[in-house]
Design a protein around this ligand. Sequence first.
Ligand code: GLN
Length: 498
Amino acid sequence: MATTVRTAFVRNAPNTRLPLTSIAQFLSHINQERLSALNLIEAYHQHVQHAQAESNAYTSDLTVNIDAPQVQAMLDGLSQPRLMAVPFAVKDNFCVQENITSCASLMLQDFVPAYTATVVQRLLNAGALLVGKTNMDEFAMGSGSIDSWRGAVTNPWDTTRIAGGSSGGSAAAVASRSAIFALGSDTGGSVRNPASYCGLVGYKPSYGHVSRHGLIPLVNSTDVPAIFTHVVEDARTVYDVIAGPDAKDSTCLTTPPPPQRDSKLNKVKVGIPQELNVPEYQPYLGFWRSVAERLEEHGAEVVPVSLPHSEYANACYTVLCACDVASNMARYDGVEFGHRSTASDVSTNAMYAATRHEGFNEVVRGRILAGNFFLLKRSQQEYFLYAAKVRRLIVQDFTKVFDKEVDVLCMPVTFGVAPTLEEFKKLDNRTQQELQDLFTVAASLAGLPAISVPIAMEGHLPVGIQLVAPNRQDNFLLDVAQHVESLYKFHEKFSLGL
Ligand code: GLN
Protein backbone atom coordinates (compact mmCIF):
# COMPACT_ATOMS: atom_id res chain seq x y z
CA MET A 1 0.00 0.00 0.00
CA ALA A 2 1.30 3.43 -0.94
CA THR A 3 1.17 4.99 2.48
CA THR A 4 3.42 5.67 5.40
CA VAL A 5 2.32 6.60 8.89
CA ARG A 6 2.94 10.12 10.05
CA THR A 7 2.45 10.69 13.68
CA ALA A 8 2.69 14.46 14.08
CA PHE A 9 -0.09 16.64 12.80
CA VAL A 10 0.76 20.14 11.70
CA ARG A 11 -1.48 22.97 12.91
CA ASN A 12 -2.02 25.03 9.82
CA ALA A 13 -5.07 26.09 7.90
CA PRO A 14 -5.36 24.88 4.33
CA ASN A 15 -4.32 27.42 1.76
CA THR A 16 -6.06 25.73 -1.13
CA ARG A 17 -9.83 25.84 -1.49
CA LEU A 18 -11.40 22.52 -2.22
CA PRO A 19 -14.81 23.02 -3.74
CA LEU A 20 -14.97 19.40 -4.83
CA THR A 21 -17.45 17.46 -2.81
CA SER A 22 -18.45 14.55 -5.01
CA ILE A 23 -16.61 11.65 -6.55
CA ALA A 24 -17.86 12.63 -10.01
CA GLN A 25 -16.54 16.20 -9.63
CA PHE A 26 -13.21 14.91 -8.39
CA LEU A 27 -12.80 12.41 -11.23
CA SER A 28 -13.70 14.92 -13.88
CA HIS A 29 -11.17 17.35 -12.43
CA ILE A 30 -8.45 14.70 -12.40
CA ASN A 31 -9.29 13.63 -15.93
CA GLN A 32 -9.34 17.12 -17.35
CA GLU A 33 -6.35 18.44 -15.51
CA ARG A 34 -4.14 15.52 -14.94
CA LEU A 35 -1.12 17.71 -14.41
CA SER A 36 -2.64 19.43 -11.40
CA ALA A 37 -3.72 16.14 -9.87
CA LEU A 38 -0.73 16.05 -7.56
CA ASN A 39 -1.54 19.53 -6.29
CA LEU A 40 -5.06 18.41 -5.65
CA ILE A 41 -3.92 15.40 -3.67
CA GLU A 42 -1.56 17.64 -1.72
CA ALA A 43 -4.45 20.02 -1.02
CA TYR A 44 -6.41 17.15 0.51
CA HIS A 45 -3.44 16.39 2.67
CA GLN A 46 -3.50 19.96 3.97
CA HIS A 47 -7.16 19.60 4.74
CA VAL A 48 -6.39 16.49 6.80
CA GLN A 49 -4.12 18.66 8.94
CA HIS A 50 -6.84 21.27 9.19
CA ALA A 51 -9.56 18.75 10.10
CA GLN A 52 -7.20 17.47 12.77
CA ALA A 53 -6.43 20.88 14.21
CA GLU A 54 -10.05 22.03 14.19
CA SER A 55 -12.03 18.89 14.93
CA ASN A 56 -9.58 16.21 16.14
CA ALA A 57 -10.97 14.11 13.33
CA TYR A 58 -8.07 11.71 12.88
CA THR A 59 -6.09 9.28 14.98
CA SER A 60 -3.36 9.08 12.34
CA ASP A 61 -2.82 10.54 8.93
CA LEU A 62 -1.38 8.48 6.14
CA THR A 63 0.67 10.46 3.73
CA VAL A 64 -0.19 9.32 0.28
CA ASN A 65 3.03 8.46 -1.44
CA ILE A 66 2.47 10.19 -4.74
CA ASP A 67 5.61 8.65 -6.21
CA ALA A 68 4.29 5.15 -5.74
CA PRO A 69 4.05 3.27 -9.06
CA GLN A 70 0.30 2.66 -8.83
CA VAL A 71 -0.44 6.35 -8.17
CA GLN A 72 1.81 7.38 -11.03
CA ALA A 73 0.22 4.81 -13.34
CA MET A 74 -3.18 6.27 -12.54
CA LEU A 75 -2.11 9.82 -13.05
CA ASP A 76 -0.23 8.96 -16.23
CA GLY A 77 -3.45 7.49 -17.57
CA LEU A 78 -2.06 3.95 -17.72
CA SER A 79 -4.83 2.65 -15.53
CA GLN A 80 -8.35 4.01 -15.05
CA PRO A 81 -9.68 2.52 -11.85
CA ARG A 82 -13.19 3.45 -10.79
CA LEU A 83 -12.14 5.56 -7.81
CA MET A 84 -8.97 6.91 -9.34
CA ALA A 85 -7.00 8.81 -6.68
CA VAL A 86 -10.19 9.67 -4.73
CA PRO A 87 -9.10 10.57 -1.17
CA PHE A 88 -10.95 8.67 1.56
CA ALA A 89 -10.72 8.17 5.32
CA VAL A 90 -11.48 5.14 7.44
CA LYS A 91 -12.67 4.85 11.02
CA ASP A 92 -9.91 3.53 13.24
CA ASN A 93 -11.68 0.24 13.94
CA PHE A 94 -11.03 -1.09 10.41
CA CYS A 95 -7.74 -2.95 10.11
CA VAL A 96 -5.21 -1.56 7.68
CA GLN A 97 -2.09 -3.65 7.27
CA GLU A 98 1.14 -2.08 8.50
CA ASN A 99 -0.75 0.86 10.01
CA ILE A 100 -1.86 1.34 13.57
CA THR A 101 -5.49 0.42 14.17
CA SER A 102 -6.24 1.71 17.65
CA CYS A 103 -10.04 1.85 18.03
CA ALA A 104 -9.16 5.15 19.77
CA SER A 105 -8.17 3.11 22.81
CA LEU A 106 -5.00 2.97 24.86
CA MET A 107 -5.42 -0.81 24.70
CA LEU A 108 -4.59 -0.85 20.98
CA GLN A 109 -2.43 2.24 20.77
CA ASP A 110 0.41 0.30 19.13
CA PHE A 111 -1.56 -2.44 17.42
CA VAL A 112 -0.52 -3.00 13.80
CA PRO A 113 -2.75 -5.53 12.07
CA ALA A 114 -1.34 -8.20 9.81
CA TYR A 115 -4.08 -7.74 7.21
CA THR A 116 -6.39 -5.13 5.71
CA ALA A 117 -10.17 -5.16 6.11
CA THR A 118 -11.95 -6.40 2.98
CA VAL A 119 -13.85 -3.13 2.49
CA VAL A 120 -10.68 -1.05 2.69
CA GLN A 121 -8.86 -3.42 0.35
CA ARG A 122 -11.66 -3.18 -2.20
CA LEU A 123 -11.49 0.61 -2.12
CA LEU A 124 -7.70 0.56 -2.53
CA ASN A 125 -8.06 -1.91 -5.39
CA ALA A 126 -10.48 0.55 -7.01
CA GLY A 127 -7.76 3.22 -6.92
CA ALA A 128 -8.94 5.26 -3.92
CA LEU A 129 -6.24 6.84 -1.74
CA LEU A 130 -6.42 6.43 2.02
CA VAL A 131 -5.61 9.73 3.74
CA GLY A 132 -6.05 8.71 7.36
CA LYS A 133 -7.68 6.75 10.15
CA THR A 134 -10.41 8.60 11.99
CA ASN A 135 -11.20 9.26 15.61
CA MET A 136 -14.16 7.61 17.33
CA ASP A 137 -15.59 6.58 20.66
CA GLU A 138 -13.34 3.93 22.15
CA PHE A 139 -14.19 0.60 20.50
CA ALA A 140 -17.21 2.40 18.94
CA MET A 141 -19.06 2.48 22.28
CA GLY A 142 -20.71 5.86 22.31
CA SER A 143 -22.89 8.32 20.47
CA GLY A 144 -20.91 11.54 20.47
CA SER A 145 -17.24 10.67 19.84
CA ILE A 146 -16.32 12.21 23.16
CA ASP A 147 -15.27 8.94 24.82
CA SER A 148 -12.08 8.59 22.84
CA TRP A 149 -8.64 8.06 24.30
CA ARG A 150 -7.51 10.60 21.70
CA GLY A 151 -9.89 13.28 22.96
CA ALA A 152 -13.31 14.39 21.72
CA VAL A 153 -14.11 15.04 18.06
CA THR A 154 -15.78 18.39 17.41
CA ASN A 155 -18.25 19.39 14.73
CA PRO A 156 -16.75 21.28 11.76
CA TRP A 157 -19.92 23.40 11.54
CA ASP A 158 -19.39 24.61 15.11
CA THR A 159 -16.46 23.32 17.09
CA THR A 160 -18.19 23.90 20.43
CA ARG A 161 -20.54 21.06 19.47
CA ILE A 162 -20.24 17.30 19.11
CA ALA A 163 -19.85 15.72 15.69
CA GLY A 164 -22.04 12.79 16.74
CA GLY A 165 -20.81 9.27 17.18
CA SER A 166 -19.35 6.88 17.37
CA SER A 167 -17.98 7.54 13.87
CA GLY A 168 -17.64 11.29 14.49
CA GLY A 169 -14.10 11.48 13.14
CA SER A 170 -15.15 10.11 9.75
CA ALA A 171 -18.04 12.58 9.61
CA ALA A 172 -15.78 15.51 10.53
CA ALA A 173 -13.21 14.33 7.97
CA VAL A 174 -15.73 14.44 5.12
CA ALA A 175 -17.55 17.57 6.30
CA SER A 176 -14.27 19.46 6.46
CA ARG A 177 -13.36 18.12 3.02
CA SER A 178 -10.22 16.31 3.91
CA ALA A 179 -11.71 13.22 2.30
CA ILE A 180 -14.40 12.88 -0.35
CA PHE A 181 -15.92 9.93 1.45
CA ALA A 182 -15.24 7.94 4.59
CA LEU A 183 -16.10 4.62 6.13
CA GLY A 184 -17.58 4.31 9.58
CA SER A 185 -19.24 1.45 11.37
CA ASP A 186 -22.92 1.60 12.23
CA THR A 187 -23.96 -0.78 14.99
CA GLY A 188 -26.85 1.15 16.53
CA GLY A 189 -26.72 4.44 14.66
CA SER A 190 -23.06 5.42 14.64
CA VAL A 191 -22.98 6.60 11.04
CA ARG A 192 -26.50 7.96 10.63
CA ASN A 193 -26.23 10.09 13.77
CA PRO A 194 -22.97 11.94 12.93
CA ALA A 195 -24.09 12.29 9.31
CA SER A 196 -27.16 14.18 10.49
CA TYR A 197 -25.10 16.43 12.79
CA CYS A 198 -22.47 17.15 10.14
CA GLY A 199 -24.69 17.75 7.09
CA LEU A 200 -23.76 14.53 5.28
CA VAL A 201 -25.31 11.45 3.80
CA GLY A 202 -24.80 8.49 6.16
CA TYR A 203 -25.73 5.15 4.66
CA LYS A 204 -25.91 1.85 6.54
CA PRO A 205 -26.37 -1.01 4.07
CA SER A 206 -28.37 -4.17 4.82
CA TYR A 207 -26.63 -6.46 7.28
CA GLY A 208 -24.82 -9.16 5.30
CA HIS A 209 -24.31 -7.06 2.18
CA VAL A 210 -20.93 -5.68 3.20
CA SER A 211 -18.08 -7.72 4.65
CA ARG A 212 -17.10 -7.22 8.29
CA HIS A 213 -13.77 -8.98 7.82
CA GLY A 214 -11.18 -6.72 9.44
CA LEU A 215 -13.72 -4.57 11.27
CA ILE A 216 -12.96 -4.88 14.98
CA PRO A 217 -16.28 -6.08 16.37
CA LEU A 218 -18.66 -4.34 18.75
CA VAL A 219 -21.94 -6.24 18.29
CA ASN A 220 -21.34 -8.97 15.72
CA SER A 221 -24.97 -9.28 14.70
CA THR A 222 -25.57 -5.56 14.08
CA ASP A 223 -22.16 -4.18 13.03
CA VAL A 224 -22.30 -2.87 9.46
CA PRO A 225 -19.54 -1.03 7.57
CA ALA A 226 -21.24 2.20 6.52
CA ILE A 227 -20.54 5.20 4.33
CA PHE A 228 -20.31 9.00 4.69
CA THR A 229 -20.57 11.14 1.56
CA HIS A 230 -21.86 14.55 0.55
CA VAL A 231 -24.32 13.17 -1.99
CA VAL A 232 -26.40 10.01 -2.29
CA GLU A 233 -24.93 9.13 -5.67
CA ASP A 234 -21.49 8.77 -4.05
CA ALA A 235 -22.89 6.54 -1.32
CA ARG A 236 -24.16 4.29 -4.10
CA THR A 237 -20.79 4.31 -5.88
CA VAL A 238 -18.88 3.41 -2.72
CA TYR A 239 -21.45 0.77 -1.82
CA ASP A 240 -21.08 -0.82 -5.27
CA VAL A 241 -17.34 -1.08 -4.71
CA ILE A 242 -17.41 -2.51 -1.18
CA ALA A 243 -20.57 -4.68 -1.18
CA GLY A 244 -20.82 -8.33 -2.15
CA PRO A 245 -19.89 -11.75 -0.85
CA ASP A 246 -16.61 -12.31 0.91
CA ALA A 247 -15.27 -15.76 1.74
CA LYS A 248 -13.63 -14.23 4.82
CA ASP A 249 -16.98 -13.27 6.40
CA SER A 250 -19.43 -16.12 6.72
CA THR A 251 -22.29 -13.72 7.51
CA CYS A 252 -21.95 -12.13 4.06
CA LEU A 253 -24.91 -13.12 1.92
CA THR A 254 -24.19 -14.96 -1.29
CA THR A 255 -27.68 -15.01 -2.80
CA PRO A 256 -28.84 -12.10 -4.96
CA PRO A 257 -31.28 -9.63 -3.36
CA PRO A 258 -34.98 -9.86 -4.24
CA PRO A 259 -36.31 -7.79 -7.17
CA GLN A 260 -36.21 -4.08 -6.48
CA ARG A 261 -39.43 -2.29 -5.53
CA ASP A 262 -40.67 0.44 -7.87
CA SER A 263 -39.02 3.65 -6.71
CA LYS A 264 -40.99 6.17 -8.80
CA LEU A 265 -42.24 8.58 -6.20
CA ASN A 266 -45.88 8.19 -7.20
CA LYS A 267 -45.55 4.43 -6.65
CA VAL A 268 -43.90 4.68 -3.24
CA LYS A 269 -45.81 4.25 0.00
CA VAL A 270 -44.09 5.97 2.90
CA GLY A 271 -44.78 4.92 6.49
CA ILE A 272 -44.68 7.27 9.45
CA PRO A 273 -44.20 5.33 12.72
CA GLN A 274 -46.91 6.53 15.06
CA GLU A 275 -45.06 5.58 18.21
CA LEU A 276 -42.67 8.46 17.50
CA ASN A 277 -45.46 10.90 16.79
CA VAL A 278 -46.14 11.68 20.45
CA PRO A 279 -46.55 15.07 22.12
CA GLU A 280 -43.30 14.89 24.09
CA TYR A 281 -41.24 14.65 20.88
CA GLN A 282 -43.22 17.20 18.88
CA PRO A 283 -41.21 20.31 19.65
CA TYR A 284 -38.15 18.67 18.09
CA LEU A 285 -39.57 16.98 15.07
CA GLY A 286 -40.82 19.68 12.72
CA PHE A 287 -38.41 18.64 9.97
CA TRP A 288 -39.80 15.15 9.99
CA ARG A 289 -43.34 16.38 9.27
CA SER A 290 -42.05 18.67 6.55
CA VAL A 291 -40.41 15.77 4.72
CA ALA A 292 -43.59 13.70 4.90
CA GLU A 293 -45.59 16.61 3.50
CA ARG A 294 -43.13 17.23 0.69
CA LEU A 295 -43.05 13.60 -0.31
CA GLU A 296 -46.84 13.62 -0.41
CA GLU A 297 -46.89 16.77 -2.56
CA HIS A 298 -44.64 14.98 -5.02
CA GLY A 299 -46.86 11.98 -5.42
CA ALA A 300 -45.88 9.54 -2.68
CA GLU A 301 -48.59 8.09 -0.49
CA VAL A 302 -47.85 8.77 3.17
CA VAL A 303 -49.56 6.62 5.79
CA PRO A 304 -49.21 6.08 9.52
CA VAL A 305 -47.83 2.72 10.61
CA SER A 306 -47.25 1.07 13.94
CA LEU A 307 -44.00 -0.42 15.26
CA PRO A 308 -45.24 -1.30 18.73
CA HIS A 309 -42.05 -2.93 20.00
CA SER A 310 -39.54 -0.36 18.83
CA GLU A 311 -39.85 1.49 22.12
CA TYR A 312 -37.94 -1.43 23.66
CA ALA A 313 -35.19 -1.32 21.04
CA ASN A 314 -32.76 0.67 23.16
CA ALA A 315 -33.13 -1.58 26.21
CA CYS A 316 -32.84 -4.66 24.03
CA TYR A 317 -29.72 -3.32 22.31
CA THR A 318 -28.13 -2.39 25.62
CA VAL A 319 -28.32 -5.98 26.84
CA LEU A 320 -27.26 -7.62 23.57
CA CYS A 321 -24.44 -5.13 23.09
CA ALA A 322 -23.04 -5.70 26.58
CA CYS A 323 -23.13 -9.48 26.06
CA ASP A 324 -21.18 -9.23 22.81
CA VAL A 325 -18.78 -6.75 24.38
CA ALA A 326 -18.11 -9.14 27.26
CA SER A 327 -16.96 -11.82 24.86
CA ASN A 328 -15.41 -9.63 22.16
CA MET A 329 -13.23 -7.77 24.65
CA ALA A 330 -11.98 -10.97 26.34
CA ARG A 331 -9.15 -11.18 23.79
CA TYR A 332 -7.46 -8.04 25.13
CA ASP A 333 -5.51 -9.55 27.98
CA GLY A 334 -2.03 -8.14 27.48
CA VAL A 335 -0.69 -11.42 26.14
CA GLU A 336 -1.39 -11.72 22.44
CA PHE A 337 -1.62 -8.11 21.37
CA GLY A 338 -2.26 -4.65 22.63
CA HIS A 339 -1.29 -2.92 25.83
CA ARG A 340 0.33 -4.90 28.66
CA SER A 341 0.54 -3.52 32.16
CA THR A 342 3.74 -3.65 34.11
CA ALA A 343 1.98 -2.56 37.29
CA SER A 344 1.59 -6.01 38.74
CA ASP A 345 3.64 -9.15 38.25
CA VAL A 346 2.19 -11.01 41.23
CA SER A 347 0.29 -13.43 39.02
CA THR A 348 -1.03 -13.80 35.48
CA ASN A 349 -4.49 -12.90 36.69
CA ALA A 350 -3.21 -9.74 38.34
CA MET A 351 -1.46 -8.81 35.07
CA TYR A 352 -4.72 -9.37 33.13
CA ALA A 353 -6.67 -7.23 35.59
CA ALA A 354 -4.15 -4.39 35.58
CA THR A 355 -3.88 -4.47 31.79
CA ARG A 356 -7.62 -4.28 31.30
CA HIS A 357 -8.03 -1.63 33.96
CA GLU A 358 -5.39 0.58 32.33
CA GLY A 359 -6.23 -0.23 28.72
CA PHE A 360 -10.00 0.32 28.64
CA ASN A 361 -11.97 3.41 29.52
CA GLU A 362 -14.80 3.36 32.04
CA VAL A 363 -17.47 2.89 29.37
CA VAL A 364 -15.85 -0.25 27.98
CA ARG A 365 -15.20 -1.67 31.44
CA GLY A 366 -18.79 -0.98 32.45
CA ARG A 367 -20.17 -2.79 29.43
CA ILE A 368 -17.87 -5.79 30.02
CA LEU A 369 -19.10 -6.04 33.59
CA ALA A 370 -22.75 -5.68 32.59
CA GLY A 371 -22.38 -8.25 29.81
CA ASN A 372 -20.76 -10.79 32.07
CA PHE A 373 -23.60 -10.29 34.53
CA PHE A 374 -26.26 -10.70 31.81
CA LEU A 375 -24.59 -13.92 30.71
CA LEU A 376 -24.35 -15.50 34.15
CA LYS A 377 -26.22 -18.78 34.29
CA ARG A 378 -28.69 -17.33 36.77
CA SER A 379 -29.39 -14.14 34.80
CA GLN A 380 -29.11 -15.38 31.22
CA GLN A 381 -32.78 -16.23 30.87
CA GLU A 382 -33.94 -12.95 32.36
CA TYR A 383 -31.62 -10.71 30.31
CA PHE A 384 -29.86 -12.22 27.30
CA LEU A 385 -32.56 -14.63 26.16
CA TYR A 386 -35.31 -12.16 26.94
CA ALA A 387 -33.58 -9.47 24.89
CA ALA A 388 -33.16 -11.93 22.02
CA LYS A 389 -36.92 -12.55 22.09
CA VAL A 390 -37.73 -8.84 22.14
CA ARG A 391 -35.44 -8.41 19.17
CA ARG A 392 -37.53 -11.00 17.28
CA LEU A 393 -40.67 -8.95 17.99
CA ILE A 394 -38.98 -5.78 16.73
CA VAL A 395 -38.01 -7.59 13.52
CA GLN A 396 -41.57 -8.89 13.12
CA ASP A 397 -43.00 -5.36 13.41
CA PHE A 398 -40.84 -4.25 10.48
CA THR A 399 -41.64 -7.37 8.45
CA LYS A 400 -45.35 -6.76 8.91
CA VAL A 401 -45.31 -3.13 7.78
CA PHE A 402 -43.00 -3.79 4.84
CA ASP A 403 -44.90 -6.89 3.68
CA LYS A 404 -48.36 -5.40 3.88
CA GLU A 405 -48.36 -1.65 4.31
CA VAL A 406 -45.49 0.48 3.02
CA ASP A 407 -42.25 0.47 1.00
CA VAL A 408 -40.14 2.75 3.11
CA LEU A 409 -40.22 4.38 6.54
CA CYS A 410 -39.48 8.03 7.14
CA MET A 411 -38.14 8.84 10.60
CA PRO A 412 -36.07 11.43 12.38
CA VAL A 413 -32.38 10.61 12.90
CA THR A 414 -31.90 12.66 16.04
CA PHE A 415 -33.89 15.04 18.20
CA GLY A 416 -32.44 18.03 16.38
CA VAL A 417 -29.08 19.64 15.77
CA ALA A 418 -25.81 18.66 17.45
CA PRO A 419 -25.70 19.46 21.17
CA THR A 420 -22.78 21.38 22.62
CA LEU A 421 -19.95 19.36 24.07
CA GLU A 422 -20.64 20.94 27.39
CA GLU A 423 -24.27 19.85 27.59
CA PHE A 424 -23.49 16.42 26.12
CA LYS A 425 -20.77 15.73 28.68
CA LYS A 426 -23.25 16.20 31.50
CA LEU A 427 -24.97 12.95 30.51
CA ASP A 428 -23.47 9.52 31.15
CA ASN A 429 -22.73 7.24 28.19
CA ARG A 430 -25.88 5.19 28.75
CA THR A 431 -28.18 8.23 28.82
CA GLN A 432 -26.41 9.65 25.77
CA GLN A 433 -27.17 6.42 23.95
CA GLU A 434 -30.82 6.43 25.00
CA LEU A 435 -31.31 9.86 23.49
CA GLN A 436 -29.04 9.61 20.48
CA ASP A 437 -29.98 6.12 19.29
CA LEU A 438 -33.70 6.35 19.92
CA PHE A 439 -34.58 6.61 16.22
CA THR A 440 -31.76 4.53 14.75
CA VAL A 441 -31.25 1.42 16.83
CA ALA A 442 -34.40 -0.53 15.87
CA ALA A 443 -33.32 -0.70 12.20
CA SER A 444 -29.92 -1.98 13.37
CA LEU A 445 -31.49 -4.78 15.38
CA ALA A 446 -33.50 -5.76 12.30
CA GLY A 447 -30.48 -5.53 9.97
CA LEU A 448 -32.35 -3.16 7.64
CA PRO A 449 -30.77 -0.71 5.20
CA ALA A 450 -31.12 2.85 6.48
CA ILE A 451 -29.85 6.23 5.45
CA SER A 452 -29.60 9.72 6.86
CA VAL A 453 -30.03 12.47 4.26
CA PRO A 454 -29.22 16.11 5.08
CA ILE A 455 -32.24 18.33 4.46
CA ALA A 456 -32.05 21.64 6.25
CA MET A 457 -30.27 24.02 8.58
CA GLU A 458 -31.56 25.07 11.95
CA GLY A 459 -29.63 28.24 12.58
CA HIS A 460 -26.07 27.46 11.59
CA LEU A 461 -26.34 23.72 12.09
CA PRO A 462 -27.44 20.95 9.73
CA VAL A 463 -30.10 18.34 10.35
CA GLY A 464 -30.95 15.14 8.48
CA ILE A 465 -33.87 12.81 7.99
CA GLN A 466 -33.81 9.00 8.11
CA LEU A 467 -35.23 6.55 5.58
CA VAL A 468 -35.44 2.83 6.37
CA ALA A 469 -36.20 0.21 3.69
CA PRO A 470 -37.06 -3.48 3.68
CA ASN A 471 -34.25 -5.94 4.10
CA ARG A 472 -31.96 -6.02 1.04
CA GLN A 473 -33.79 -3.22 -0.80
CA ASP A 474 -30.63 -1.14 -0.80
CA ASN A 475 -30.91 0.22 -4.31
CA PHE A 476 -34.54 1.11 -3.74
CA LEU A 477 -33.57 2.95 -0.55
CA LEU A 478 -30.87 4.89 -2.39
CA ASP A 479 -33.37 5.85 -5.11
CA VAL A 480 -35.83 7.22 -2.55
CA ALA A 481 -33.00 9.00 -0.76
CA GLN A 482 -32.08 10.64 -4.06
CA HIS A 483 -35.68 11.85 -4.41
CA VAL A 484 -35.49 13.42 -0.97
CA GLU A 485 -32.11 14.92 -1.76
CA SER A 486 -33.46 16.51 -4.93
CA LEU A 487 -36.44 17.97 -3.07
CA TYR A 488 -34.20 19.73 -0.53
CA LYS A 489 -30.94 20.30 -2.44
CA PHE A 490 -29.11 20.71 0.85
CA HIS A 491 -25.78 20.17 -0.73
CA GLU A 492 -26.30 22.94 -3.30
CA LYS A 493 -27.63 25.42 -0.77
CA PHE A 494 -25.35 25.00 2.21
CA SER A 495 -21.65 24.67 2.44
CA LEU A 496 -19.07 25.07 5.14
CA GLY A 497 -17.22 27.60 3.02
CA LEU A 498 -13.81 26.02 3.36
N1 GLN B 1 -24.44 4.39 20.56
C1 GLN B 1 -24.44 2.97 20.45
C2 GLN B 1 -23.48 2.38 21.43
O1 GLN B 1 -22.88 3.11 22.17
C3 GLN B 1 -24.16 2.53 19.05
C4 GLN B 1 -22.74 2.66 18.67
C5 GLN B 1 -22.44 2.26 17.27
O2 GLN B 1 -23.32 2.24 16.39
N2 GLN B 1 -21.19 1.90 17.07
O3 GLN B 1 -23.32 1.18 21.51
